[in-house]
Design a binder for this molecule. Structure first.
Ligand code: SF4
Length: 277
């Protein structure tokens, strides 16, 4: 929401967001509109219910194409068919209403709509929430396929570590609105450096791991995440961190390079010569 500048007017965003050398946060709203949907598209959380119930699915996708003035009506109709087929929906079903679709199909239709303007980056916010496990797997498979076929980047926002392990190349672990750790997926899963990432992974069941497999209770992190309006002054994870030291209370840890393309923000990892902003 921050990257696409879709937050409410009273929200504050710090830092910069660069897309192809342009700082999106510094653009006037009118110019920003040229990036939304055409370059940066999003499939919202709960998107399955975001379709207009009284409009045929194909028309809704066509509307998105026409609204951005990408092509005349006739070509747009052909494009709708292509997009539906791309996400595995027969093009003739574009004439149906959302209630005639299953949950998985509605999610696919939303993905088709997000792809209408051939974006460079697709943000998918919890795209499989509320879908059953089989349909979840199909939607994730579809996203992977689309990513490879169209060569776009997908930013998947999820709480599900299994989805991350299955689908992603790189992971950014966020805590309290800040980056806790960032790196290639295999590095994060096999050699996590931040205490939060370590705990997060311990709380995830692993059938091959004797301490987290069947018959064992899962680890949990005591406490609750901070409210974004009442953040702790130092490290945001400090109130819940089992490894905290004195300065964690007052000083926010910088993001440090801890390996090749691997970064983490924790005072325990301080290598003062390698700060990374
Ligand atoms: S900076 Fe301190 S509180 Fe934060 S994760 Fe590291 S050890 Fe824990």
């Amino acid at each position: 929401m921050s990257i696409l500048r879709l937050l409410p007017a009273n929200a504050q965003i710090s830092g910069q967001v660069f897309f192809k050398d342009v700082n999106l946060l510094a653009l006037p709203e009118k110019q920003m509109r040229a990036y939304r949907w055409r370059e940066l598209a999003i499939v919202f959380q709960g998107a399955m219910n975001a379709l207009n119930p009284v409009m045929r699915v194909g028309e809704q996708i066509r509307e998105a194409i026409l609204l951005h003035g990408l092509m005349p009506m006739r070509e747009a109709d052909l494009r709708v068919g292509e997009l539906l087929e791309l996400v595995g929906i027969p093009r003739e079903r574009g004439g149906q209403y959302p209630f005639q679709y299953s949950g998985g199909m509605r999610q696919r239709a939303m993905i088709a709509m997000a792809l209408a303007c051939s974006p460079s980056i697709l943000f998918a916010d919890e795209p499989t929430t509320a879908l059953d496990v089989m349909v979840q797997a199909q939607v994730l498979e579809l996203l992977k396929e689309i990513q490879q076929r169209l060569g776009l980047a997908i930013v998947l926002v999820t709480h599900d570590l299994g989805v991350v392990a299955e689908t992603c190349d790189s992971v950014v672990v966020m805590y309290g609105g800040k980056v806790a750790e960032y790196g290639p997926v295999d590095v994060i899963f096999n050699d996590p450096q931040h205490p939060y990432t370590q705990k997060l992974l311990e709380s995830f069941p692993d059938l091959n791991e004797p301490t987290t497999g069947p018959g064992h209770s899962l680890a949990s992190i005591p406490g609750t995440p901070p409210r974004l309006t009442e953040l702790p002054p130092g490290c945001r994870f400090e109130p819940r961190c089992h490894l905290r030291i004195e300065k964690c209370k007052t000083q926010s840890p910088p993001l440090l390079q801890v390996g090749e393309q691997h970064f983490a923000a924790c005072h325990l990892l301080a290598f003062p010569d390698k700060p990374h902003e």
